[in-house]
Every structure is written in C-alpha cells, then in structure tokens.
Design a protein around this ligand. Structure first.
Ligand SMILES: Nc1nc2c(ncn2[C@@H]2O[C@H](COP(=O)(O)OP(=O)(O)OP(=O)(O)O)[C@@H](O)[C@H]2O)c(=O)[nH]1
Length: 201
C-alpha cells in the first residue's frame, strides 16, 4: 500500500468468550479456530487498509474479558482511538454487561469527552441459532447509550467482520474531521449532543 498511513488504535472489549480474539484473527489472518483459548492480558495485530481514500494502519488490541485479568488489560486502554464493545448474541449476560465495559473503558482510558468518543457495538456469533438477544434490543441499547453504530458479526462465517473494522475507522475519521472543523475558528458546543458526522458547531 502506498501513501502516508495513519496509525489508529482500536480496542476490543467484552466478556470472556464472546469472540474478540476470533474477530481480530478472522480480520487479520482470515482464520477461525473453533477451539480458541482465553486471552491472558492483551494481544495486538496490525492490518493496513484504505477507507474512503485514507490509508490507515489499524492496530487492533484484543483484551482478556475474564474478570480475573482486569488488572492486566486496563493499562492498555489509554490512547485507543475507538472501542469495539462486543457481546455474543447467544449470551444475554454478555449483552447486559456492555454498560460495565463502556464505563471501564472510559475510566481507564481517561476519556475526557465520552459523549464524542467513537464506540462501535458488535453482536457476534450471529451464525448460532440459540439467540438470546434480538437485533432490535441491541439497536435500542446503542441508541440510548450514545447512538453508536451496531453490527452483527460472525467470526466463524466471516459475516460483517471487515465491515465492522472499517466502520471503526470511519467513526474515528468522522470525529477527527469534526474536531478539525471546530478548531478552524468555530466553537465546540459540548452541550449540543452532536455525534461523529454531524455538525458540532
Ligand atoms: N459459532 C461461533 N463461535 C465463535 C464465534 N466467534 C468466536 N467463537 C468461539 O467462541 C469461543 C471464544 O472465542 P474467543 O475469540 O476466544 O473469545 P474472546 O472474547 O477472545 O474470549 P477471552 O479471550 O476470554 O476474552 C471459541 O471457541 C471460538 O471458536 C462466532 O462468530 N461463531
């Protein structure tokens, strides 16, 4: 890939076993392991891509979702440009824990302006038939908690995996554009509730 590349750090958070490592591995290596082991701490992989004419090196950080690894994962939240909040559609508890993951990220990443931070929500394992969370309720959660994009993925079938990571990049670029626009002589109205892609001024 030619041209100057923008380095973006995205981080996958969610309960143990929802498929974070599998999503990262499917996207970067196009492989799926049906016997994947739990992550201990964090791991990361890079992939270059082009989104809307911008060259990006995506640094994807995969974290350990199990509670006992909390102190190993949280130091890596700082500097993330986007957070992919992940649950599994066949695991209701993982959906109900999304708000805790969102809070944990905001706290340890020390996000100064949570309202404008780009989160993307992923409902993984849509290939499974024993769903416990409907598309509509996941969309409603996203709407209520920050109007976040919601994508249903399957690392197993490679459904929406590329789309999900590209959406993360689009969200970051939209926030950056908005900030640049605001810094060009406009005032940011933090009370306007504006989101990525809409006017902040
Ligand atoms: N059917 C199905 N199984 C999946 C999918 N994604 C992951 N799995 C399986 O779910 C299990 C857990 O996947 P991981 O990717 O290790 O989950 P994780 O979120 O990284 O787990 P932690 O490392 O503990 O946080 C593995 O057995 C995977 O093969 C999917 O899209 N569909």
């Amino acid at each position: 890939m030619s041209g100057k590349s923008l380095l973006l750090k995205v981080i996958l958070l969610g309960d143990g076993g929802v498929g974070k490592s599998s999503l990262m591995n499917r996207y970067v290596t196009n492989k799926f392991d049906s016997q994947a082991f739990h992550t201990i701490g964090v791991e990361f992989l890079n992939r270059d891509l082009e989104v809307d004419g911008r060259f990006v090196t995506l640094q994807i950080w995969d974290t350990a979702g199990q509670e006992r690894f909390k102190s190993l994962r949280t130091p890596f939240y700082r500097g993330a440009d986007c957070c992919l909040l992940t649950f599994s559609v066949d695991d209701r508890q993982s959906f109900e824990n999304l708000a805790n993951w969102q809070k944990e990220f905001i706290y340890y990443a020390d996000v100064k302006d949570p309202e404008h931070f780009p989160f993307v929500v992923l409902g993984n394992k849509v290939d499974k038939e024993d769903r416990q969370v409907t598309t509509e309720e996941a969309q409603a959660w996203c709407m209520e908690n920050g109007d976040y994009p919601y994508l249903e993925t399957s690392a197993k079938d490679d459904t929406n995996v590329t789309v999900a990571f590209e959406e993360a990049v689009r969200q970051v670029l939209a926030v950056e554009e908005q900030l640049e626009h605001c810094m060009l002589g406009h005032t940011i109205d933090l009370n306007s509730g504006s989101k990525a892609g809409s006017s902040c001024c």
